[in-house]
Design a protein around this ligand. Structure first.
Ligand SMILES: [Zn+2]
Ligand SMILES: [Zn+2]
Length: 424
């Protein structure tokens, strides 16, 4: 193959078929589920004034300090490609004066200048929900349930839910003090980055992937041990609700998550296919963010799902044949009839295609195979004389004759049977 003259930028991806189709399917499942849970779609810009994300992610966060695509426009305004979903949604809710409580969902591309790895890109796709104005711990449980149900609908059966509480503005200072005390006494064992985090944002040390730091953290005080009575009650109620609904979870005292705005409940979903470090989704409560944006005091909780990592967790499906019928014609005398059959198939909702350029049937069969069709409808002189078509199942190679009037029903049955056989 010749070398392409142009390549995509590092950290971006092309969704070529059939991966683009798989992406759409995941998005469809998400949309329908979100709507069943009462969320409504919101579509907002892919870039915002930089301040929006500095406010939401926090000045000292990795996102703000290292990962944002920030640029000046021609009028010297600082703009940033959105690195996360919540900041823009909160900005939009306030700017458009949406009635709170409101439940919103969104999906689309996000951008972070990180190190590209398996399932991690610089332009990546995220699916998220935000529930603004609901304070009850039962809403936390419902948000977690939503995520769990989403992954189960996609057939990801090895999904584990991790759960934690990181307290509130009342109980966190005392905890943070203990944590800084502890980490300072082990400072020499922390990586250089965590030594900085210790100064500016000690909770972030929990996000460090370095083994040396994780080793120190084993014995570190956990936020869950310092919850005030209100936070403790809230956390117990979240767990009780999940227990009642039969959702299994692991308590993980070290789950803090990398964004500044979280408080109380934090959670993430992990698939064993991706290794313990890599979550396929997660979220938490952010009861102060709307206020920080200048809005009224508003409790809120959100969940974001990484599309690429979700697709990895789903596993590569066996290359299924497409839901596609290919019409094969013998010669010019059959071309008109073939086109009529093509139109009839399409009118009945069956994706159908034919090769006009290949005049020999052998070549048309090759085209059908290359297109990934599941069957061929063959229009030949013999067939027309008998008032039948031949139908070839391309997965088994079996060929049968079908009366003209039964063609549509038979093709539909065949395509349906094949898509069931290859689904899991
Ligand atoms: Zn508290
Ligand atoms: Zn570290």
């Amino acid at each position: 193959m010749s070398n392409p003259k142009h390549t995509r930028p590092k950290g971006t991806q092309d969704f070529v078929p059939p991966r683009a189709e798989q992406k759409s399917k995941v998005e469809d499942v998400f949309r329908h589920l979100a709507e069943r849970f009462g969320f409504q779609e919101i579509v907002i810009p892919t870039f915002e004034y930089t301040d929006v994300f500095v406010k939401s992610s926090g000045t000292g966060s990795d996102i703000v300090t290292k990962e944002m695509y920030t640029f000046k426009d021609r009028a010297d305004r600082s703009l940033t490609l959105r690195p996360e979903g919540t900041g823009g949604v909160v900005r939009a809710v306030l700017e458009n004066r949406l009635r709170i409580p409101c439940r919103l969902y969104y999906l689309g591309p996000y951008f972070r200048y990180g190190r590209p790895q398996k399932g991690r890109f610089r332009e990546f796709f995220q699916l998220g929900v935000e529930a603004l104005g609901e304070a009850s711990p039962l809403v936390d449980a419902e948000t977690i349930l939503f995520g769990d149900e989403f992954f189960r609908e996609l057939g990801i059966s090895d999904c584990i839910t991790r759960l934690n509480s990181i307290g509130c503005r009342n109980c966190r200072p005392a905890y943070q003090h203990k944590l800084v005390e502890f980490l300072s006494s082990h400072k020499d064992r922390l990586c250089s980055e965590c030594q900085l985090r210790l100064k500016h944002n000690p909770l972030r040390v929990f996000d460090c992937k370095q083994e040396q730091c994780q080793a120190v953290l084993k014995d570190a005080p956990k936020p869950g041990d310092y919850l005030c009575p209100e936070c403790s009650r809230h956390f117990k109620a979240v767990q009780a609700s999940l227990d009642k609904q039969g959702l299994r979870y692991e308590l993980n005292g070290r789950l803090v998550r990398g964004l500044d705005y979280y408080n109380r409940t934090t959670f993430e979903f992990v698939s064993s296919k991706l290794g313990a470090q890599d979550s396929i989704g997660g979220g938490g409560r952010y009861d102060y963010l709307v206020e920080d944006f200048g809005g009224p005091q508003t409790p809120a909780i959100g969940l974001a799902i990484g599309l690429e990592r979700t697709m990895l967790a789903m596993g590569e499906k066996e290359q299924a044949r497409r839901r596609l019928a290919f019409v094969v014609w013998m010669g010019d005398a059959e071309l008109d009839e073939a086109q009529k059959v093509l139109a009839r198939l399409r009118a009945q909702g069956i994706p159908a295609q034919m090769d006009y350029d290949a005049h020999r049937m052998k070549h048309q069969f090759k085209s059908a195979d290359a297109a990934g069709a599941s069957c061929c409808v063959i229009i030949g002189a013999d067939e027309l004389a008998k008032g039948v078509y031949s139908l070839k199942d391309l997965t088994t190679g079996r060929q049968i004759q079908v009366p003209v009037s039964e063609l549509i029903g038979t093709v539909q049955k065949l395509i349906r049977a094949q898509s069931v056989a290859t689904r899991r």
